[in-house]
Design a protein around this ligand. Structure first.
Ligand SMILES: C[S@@+](CC[C@H](N)C(=O)[O-])C[C@H]1O[C@@H](n2cnc3c(N)ncnc32)[C@H](O)[C@@H]1O
Length: 236
């Protein structure tokens, strides 16, 4: 995408009421001690952002937000919030939600690392992690969105019994996450290393429809012949 087009999108997104783009000083301690403070929206997503008390579902590393938009269309009585640091990608999902008049879909432009500055305990009902960057083994492993550091943060904001879904094309990330589930005693509900080859036909029609939402990255990796993996688990 050209720089000009990106700038246009960034500018247009400033006018979108369904996108929150915090500045770092909103959550960074003034003395820069490395301790993060609470964002004013923390604890108020339902009442102030979505203006209802419906359940809140997050899509982490949402990119263009295909899951947020797809599930938002299907479940008008739930709120969906896509989180990603890349503004030009978020723009796509936010624009679609506005064009279709879907008020139950929003986007937060932030690093997921700061997630506990944005949500209080139990504020989140469910989490989807859609095709996250696999990150290499070793020093980069902690950047994986299913690493202990991230899961411990999700635990602080997810309601008791709340479900985490991971959809990935990466064998490494699938195997790593399965190891984490076993080693750290998360509650495994369902898993497969070949979603469309095995599991999907056994699911009810609603769940099949959700699983068949294809994200941008899913399209790229499916076309290259990668099998899609899926893990559903709880973390309390
Ligand atoms: C491979 S892309 C997948 C995007 C989309 N879910 C899809 O399936 O098409 C991973 C996305 O995660 C975002 N991401 C990775 N780590 C992040 C972090 N720590 N905080 C915020 N966004 C992150 C990237 O900006 C990128 O858009």
């Amino acid at each position: 995408m050209s720089g000009k087009k990106k700038l246009f999108r960034f500018k247009e997104m400033e006018t979108f009421s369904n996108v929150l783009e915090p500045v770092l000083s909103d959550i960074m301690d003034e003395e820069d001690t490395g301790v993060f403070k609470d964002h004013p929206m923390k604890g108020k997503w339902k009442s102030e952002f979505f203006k209802n008390e419906n359940p809140l579902v997050l899509e982490l590393g949402c990119g263009k937000g295909e899951y947020s938009v797809g599930m938002g269309r299907k479940f008008p009585n739930k709120n969906f919030l896509g989180i990603d640091i890349k503004g030009a990608r978020i723009w796509r999902g936010a624009k679609t939600a506005i064009e279709e008049g879907l008020n139950n879909i929003g986007f937060l432009r932030s690093r997921i690392d700061f997630i506990t500055s944005f949500f209080v305990e139990g504020e989140v009902d469910e989490i989807w992690i859609t095709f996250p960057d696999p990150q290499k083994e070793g020093r980069r492993e902690r950047k994986r969105l299913t690493s202990p550091m991230f899961i411990d943060r999700y635990r602080q904001i997810l309601k008791k019994g709340g479900i985490v879904h991971l959809k990935t094309d990466s064998d490494d990330l699938y195997e790593y996450t399965m190891e984490q589930v076993e080693e750290r005693g998360y509650g495994l509900i369902q898993e497969t290393n070949d979603l469309y080859g095995t599991l999907v036909d056994q699911l009810d029609a609603d769940t099949q429809e959700i699983m068949n939402i294809k994200t941008h990255y899913e399209g790229i990796f499916s076309a290259k012949g990668f099998k899609i993996k899926y893990i559903k688990f709880t973390i309390h």
